[in-house]
Design a protein around this ligand. Structure first.
Ligand SMILES: *Cc1c(COP(=O)(O)O)cnc(C)c1O
Length: 222
């Protein structure tokens, strides 16, 4: 029981700190959604957060989500699942069937594969374009200078594009990356910004995050 108690305690703390950051930075109360990142956790470790009312979760692997979430969704029907890890085009249909929001669209080929999967399944996931704000070779995401074109391509395909996502480079101040993502969203008329993790979510809220993706601050170190 102790571990479950601490998950709930940490969840409450994160919720309070999100509200505090909204107040501190002049953001509307409740304008930041919490995506609880449950990657690597077993269903039993996720359940306390569900019991505490958390409904939006992030997973980074399609297969792992496919094995964990169908049973949990049976019990908690209003769960909203976000894919936050890289997606291969040949897994697009699995992703469309498993996730409500795909946050990692970063190339035209993947956008086209998602569109084809939507046509085959009749499902319409919301999508975000992931931007590699730090232009790191090992990281997914479209380069900042390619973002406008990819946004346009997603719209032309008829994807349900709502916004942008980024993961700033480790060891750099994150705020310039958050500000860059916000600027790209603004000039493209996109309202959703998924940015900020356990270490930096108040700064992300200051820069306009509408979704923060938080794992270890809720569930403990992985
Ligand atoms: C793991 C992960 C998170 C959560 O990271 P924490 O530091 O545990 O909060 C957020 N976003 C992405 C894309 C991740 O892979």
């Amino acid at each position: 029981m102790h571990e479950q108690d601490s998950t709930v305690t940490r969840l409450e703390t994160v919720r309070a700190q999100i509200r505090q950051a909204e107040a501190d930075f002049g953001r509307k109360a409740g304008s930041t959604a919490l995506v609880a990142v449950s990657k690597t956790l077993e269903a039993d470790q996720i359940r306390p957060a569900l019991e505490a009312g958390q409904r939006v979760f992030g997973e980074n692997r399609v297969q792992e989500a496919q094995s964990k979430w169908p049973a949990l969704r049976q019990a908690y029907r209003d769960v909203e699942l976000h894919l936050i890890g890289s997606l291969q085009s040949n897994k697009a249909e699995d992703a469309v069937r498993t996730f409500d929001v795909i946050e990692v669209v970063d190339r035209p080929k993947l956008a086209t594969a998602i569109k084809a999967a939507m046509d085959r399944t009749g499902l319409r996931p919301r999508v975000l374009v992931q931007v590699n704000t730090g232009e790191e070779a090992q990281k997914g995401g479209v380069a900042p200078q390619g973002a406008d074109a990819l946004v346009a391509a997603c719209r032309a395909l008829g994807l349900q594009l709502e916004g942008l996502m980024c993961i700033p480079p480790e060891g750099e101040p994150p705020s310039p990356h958050f500000a860059l993502l916000a600027a790209i969203a603004r000039r493209n008329g996109l309202s959703i910004l998924s940015m900020g993790m356990s270490a930096d979510y108040p700064a992300a809220i200051q820069c306009g995050a509408t979704h923060v993706r938080i794992g270890s601050a809720i569930f403990g170190p992985r």
